[in-house]
Design a protein around this ligand. Structure first.
Ligand code: GLC
Ligand code: MG
Length: 564
């Protein structure tokens, strides 16, 4: 049946007389700001960011000029993976506040014209979820176990894992349980931490439960869901061996066979069902896929007209900082989403990757670095910030929807000398201390240079230590200061809105090895990636990521917006 539907859809796409047409709606050109609740603002001084802290700081986001926020998980959780291990999908963890604090946050955000997207984690629950506790207490073969992926082990004693899959965080993807009678028993699958058992999406109970969770938050007024690990829900039925190591950010190259745990065709039916539910609600509620899937055409399948609305463009995030690489990824991304009538999205930083102000100061290859720590080669902070500003201005001029990660509007770097003892990302432990992991981009952000915890909270408590050099990045050092990164973002967001840059279309003017230039809605946007300054096209400079030189030329690693 799923196959029939896909077939019908493909046929539609070929009938050129009646193209679906590009999607319309707030989300097609929205700038969406990711809040990582643990690290945005702490209202009670316990060193952990919380929902009342966010509500109190909404004014900042309005002033910045974004359209929507996406909140990383705030649900009850043992925090084995910073909240991406959910024990109860319908409540708020006391660390972050109460359910009424979520309601207040949603209401106040709406009152200020901001949309609210929440995180949904359907691939796995926490091991503290009631379902998993019930599964452990029930025998092999029971309905309780059938909500997860339990299997007998291999070998005469069943003491070998059922297959060779590796966890994304390192180590085996299977853990053996002790049966209620005290004997070593079955194994359960966890593509991430041991505390994150994978759900069995072939089980109708699991499907029904998540429809209900969606309804719960839709009824509370949320404008959409960012869907965690959207490419992982369905596993190849035979759970075939796959000797490759897992990496959360690796994506899949077109030529390689598809791994049995990622991007299986069966996931699409799930999102079609969710889309039908969202369509029953007023307003335009959206689904955003976190799917580390390549190539772009494969990712575009998640945003076909009857599935999700958007998918994060990680190929863009990973692209090298060179003119040819940026040109290639931008054109490929636009073509792939145009083909299905969905908006393209753009993103440079999030809570899983090294912040772009540091990434681009380490190397221009854009490659993946799973954390940076003491003893690692350190980024060139000035170069990184310069390129990050140029990259952000280039991104914000592209048609489609853009995602910002809290703190990037301050030019915030990664904490690259975080003491290893302070690390909390399970990656560090599970990889046997070979991958430092993601703590460096998750450090609480600075608001006031001279306040305790830089104004993150009323005390100097901070769940991850903040570097002593962060005063200069604090919001109050940048607000109203011409040329600051914060004012650069504000101006960019204002101009983007005034000129409708999110709507495009984009027309390339220069695609050489050193310089990229395009026209979008009457503005010319130009980035110089080369080693030497280049003449700016004639016209009025509306915005730039750094000043032009004395001869009016565009220096290296600078983006300019001009009105011809
Ligand atoms: C997603 C999240 C990441 C989390 C993982 C497991 O990739 O962005 O932070 O660790 O899923 O839920
Ligand atoms: Mg707190």
């Amino acid at each position: 049946m799923a196959r029939d539907r896909e077939h019908a859809l493909n046929t539609d796409a070929i009938q050129q007389e009646q193209p679906a047409g590009p999607a319309t709606g707030w989300w097609t050109e929205a700038v969406i700001y990711q809040i990582y609740p643990r690290s945005f603002a702490d209202s009670d001084g316990d060193g952990m960011g919380d929902l009342p802290g966010i509500t109190a700081r909404l004014g900042h986001l309005v002033e910045l000029g974004i359209d929507a926020v996406w909140l990383s998980p705030f649900y009850p959780s043992p925090q084995a993976d910073a909240g991406y291990d959910v024990a109860d999908y319908r409540d708020v963890d006391p660390l972050f506040g109460k359910l009424s604090d979520a309601d207040r946050l949603i209401g106040e955000a709406h009152g200020r014209g901001l949309k609210v997207i929440v995180d949904l984690v359907p691939n796995h629950t926490s091991c503290a979820h009631r379902w998993f506790t019930e599964a452990l207490a029930a025998p092999p073969g029971s309905p309780e176990r059938a909500r997860y992926i339990f299997r007998d082990g291999l070998g005469p004693d069943g003491d070998q894992p059922p297959n060779d899959w590796q966890s994304v965080f390192g180590g085996p993807a299977w853990t053996r349980v002790t049966e209620p009678d005290g004997r070593p028993g079955q194994w359960y699958l966890h593509l991430f931490d041991t505390g994150q058992p994978d759900l069995n999406w072939d089980n109708p109970q699991v499907r029904a439960e998540f429809l209900d969770v969606l309804r719960f938050w839709l009824d509370r007024g949320v404008d959409g869901f960012r869907v965690d690990v959207a490419h992982g829900l369905i596993k190849q039925a035979d759970l075939a061996n796959w000797e490759e190591p897992q990496e959360i950010l690796s994506g899949q190259e077109a030529a390689k066979p598809r791994p049995p745990m990622w991007d299986q065709d069966g996931v699409h039916e799930i999102y079609r069902e969710w889309r039908r539910l969202l369509e029953k609600y007023s307003g335009e509620r959206v689904l955003v896929a976190e799917a580390w899937v390549e190539p772009a055409e494969r990712l575009a399948r998640y945003v076909r007209p009857d599935e999700m609305h958007q998918a994060f463009n990680f190929e863009y995030l990973l692209a090298a900082w060179t003119a040819p690489a940026q040109y290639a990824v931008i054109t490929r991304s636009l073509e792939a989403t145009d083909a299905v009538g969905a908006p393209t999205t753009w993103v440079l930083s999030n809570h899983d990757v090294v912040r772009h102000a540091s990434r681009l100061g380490l190397t221009a290859d854009g490659g993946r670095h799973n954390g940076i720590g003491v003893g690692d080669p350190q980024p060139d902070a000035a170069l990184g910030l310069r390129r990050a500003r140029a990259a952000s201005l280039l991104m914000l001029a592209l048609p489609g929807s853009a995602y910002l990660y809290q703190g990037e509007e301050l030019g915030l770097p990664e904490h690259t000398t975080l003491p290893d003892e302070a690390r909390q990302d399970p990656t560090w432990q599970r990889s046997g201390h070979t991958q430092r992991g993601r703590d460096g981009c998750r450090v609480p952000i600075p608001w006031e240079a001279d306040a305790p915890s830089y104004g993150f909270g009323p005390t100097d408590a901070s769940w991850l230590p903040q570097p002593s050099s962060w005063a200069e990045y604090a919001l109050d050092r940048q607000r109203g200061v011409p040329g600051s990164t914060y004012e650069m973002y504000r101006t960019a967001l204002r101009l983007r809105r005034e000129h409708g840059l999110g709507r495009g279309p984009l027309e390339w003017l220069s695609t050489g090895d050193q310089v990229l230039a395009f026209r979008n809605r009457g503005l010319i946007v130009m980035t110089n990636f080369g080693a030497a300054p280049v003449p700016a096209p004639g016209g009025e400079v509306l915005h730039s990521s750094a000043p032009l030189d004395a001869d009016g030329r565009i220096p290296t690693d600078v983006t300019v917006w001009l009105r011809p």
